[in-house]
Design a protein around this ligand. Structure first.
Ligand SMILES: [Fe+2]
Length: 477
């Protein structure tokens, strides 16, 4: 059998169940090894076509297939997306499985740094109250005691325990304790009370992302210029058409050399998203809103590849993760647009971009003292530290209990792109560029009442090779 036929027969068997071992096997049978990062990208893409492309493009001089061999020129590859993978029906048992999966994935990341013991075994131990013990668990409750200390309740699959963080013992530890969120998974090291029911924390660790610099090789791998925007809100009376047309004209100018346009949700204003929304709408029909949006994007030059992920104003299920827009809507847009779910990880020009509309920022900002809508990159850094896009269950985000937790940040992105809050912020957390791309509508009545000040008509331009960025304003002079 020719090599192509051999590969294709593998795909038939494994396309539904793309495990690392099987990808390694496919490469091994063609005489190649594969490095762990390249393996991760291929595994998460679950794309037999991508593997086929890689195998076709490498020659026999290659011994180990690396990330540099994964096709990067002006291409968009979807690495992970909930679309067509939703399994939930919303039963209680689904939630049990969902949280178990979260605990297990994030627990595995923490176990590389501390050796957590099962909570029940720790509580029974009770031999020496000076002995340092570690555990890994999910935050079930957070309280402040009458004396101002933090008391958190942590659960793992064996039991629960209360953990006290003393307000004066370690200032840095106490500051970290103030940022702890419900339902996140953390590791704690501390000593036990004599009855074994309370732990006094000495150290708290989060899954976090590695503190390594991207290598020169990585930087050379990514190329092209990408523009990040979100929250266009076509159909709203406050949509800033003049600014939008300025923006499209700028995109069309070859001198700017733009290759990609990434849109992180709220393409249209939607219908019935909040009470009395109809009074704020210029287009009252959801399909007409999308037809108008499609016409606006039609004017974007064809060489610019577009990715669209939905938000809470879009016409998909409200529970997150959200699948991509349905066929009835995507079919009115130009056919070269890549529609993905929310969240989704895509490779654009060799850079890994994690797109999440960002509704969880409402919950994170409300939970952490000092956080505000004025700086949306702070909650985005928290997401990276937690390795989770939407930890809090039961807040503003309605979480669908999928079998797997699609909010866990498994593969570390080069760029985390959010929207939703309508303010602009670009920052870096370790090696990751965090972009919140603002909006294309001026202040709404609701925002006036809430005293929220949007930053409209901005676009963030990123050079994917250097990760240098520029925020541009398209407000008419
Ligand atoms: Fe929005």
């Amino acid at each position: 059998m020719c090599i192509q036929g051999k590969i294709l027969s593998h795909f038939k068997v494994y396309a539904q169940d793309m495990e690392a071992g099987k990808i390694i096997q496919v490469f091994a049978e063609s005489g190649f090894q594969i490095d762990p990062e390249a393996l991760d990208i291929l595994r998460m893409s679950a794309s037999p076509e991508l593997i086929q492309d890689v195998l076709k493009s490498i020659d026999n001089s290659v011994l180990v297939v690396g990330t540099e061999h994964i096709k990067t020129s002006s291409t968009i590859t979807v690495l992970s997306d909930i679309t067509n993978q939703s399994t939930c029906i919303g039963e209680y048992t689904d939630f049990v499985q969902y949280f178990k999966h979260r605990h297990s994935l994030l627990g595995d990341m923490l176990r590389k740094r501390i050796s957590g013991r099962p909570i029940e075994s720790i509580k029974k131990r009770n031999l020496d109250t000076r002995e340092q013990l570690s555990l890994i668990g999910m935050i079930m409750d957070i309280r402040t005691t009458a004396n101002g200390h933090k008391l958190i309740e942590i659960e793992d699959t064996t039991g629960t325990i209360s953990v006290l963080i003393h307000k004066e013992k370690d200032k840095e530890l106490f500051e970290l304790a103030n940022t702890i969120l419900l339902d996140e998974v953390i590791g704690v090291t501390g000593t036990l009370s004599s009855d074994g029911n309370l732990m006094f924390a000495n150290k708290i660790i989060r899954p976090d992302i590695p503190n390594t610099q991207r290598t020169m090789l990585d930087r050379a791998r990514a190329k092209g210029k990408a523009v990040f925007i979100s929250d266009i809100h076509v159909g709203s009376k406050t949509f800033l058409e003049d600014a939008w047309l300025n923006f499209v004209e700028w995109l069309g100018d070859d001198i700017n050399g733009i290759n990609y346009l990434v849109i992180a949700g709220d393409v249209v204003d939607g219908i019935g998203v909040f009470p009395n929304q109809d009074k704020e709408l210029a287009i009252l029909d959801i399909y007409e809103q999308y037809e108008r949006a499609a016409a606006y994007l039609e004017a974007v030059p064809k060489h610019i590849k577009i990715v669209i992920s939905p938000g809470n104003h879009d016409a998909v299920r409200q529970a997150e993760p959200q699948p991509r827009l349905p066929e009835r809507i995507t079919s009115v847009f130009r056919s070269d647009i890549t529609f993905v779910g929310n969240p989704a990880m895509v490779d654009i020009g060799g850079a890994k971009v994690l797109i999440y509309h960002g509704r969880s920022m409402d919950d994170i900002i409300a939970s952490i003292p000092g956080f505000s809508y004025a700086d949306p990159t702070k909650p985005m850094s928290e997401m990276l530290k937690l390795r989770h896009l939407s930890p809090i269950y039961g807040g503003r985000v309605s979480i669908a209990p999928e079998k797997e937790d699609h909010f866990v940040i498994d593969l570390v992105p080069d760029i985390l792109h959010c929207g939703h809050v309508h303010t602009v912020g670009v920052s870096r957390y370790r090696d990751v560029l965090t972009v919140n791309s603002g909006t294309w509508q001026s202040q709404t009545e609701f925002q006036k009442r809430m005293n929220l000040k949007p930053m409209p008509a901005r676009a963030t331009v990123v050079d994917l090779a250097s990760m240098d960025y520029r925020v541009m304003s398209f407000l008419p002079a």
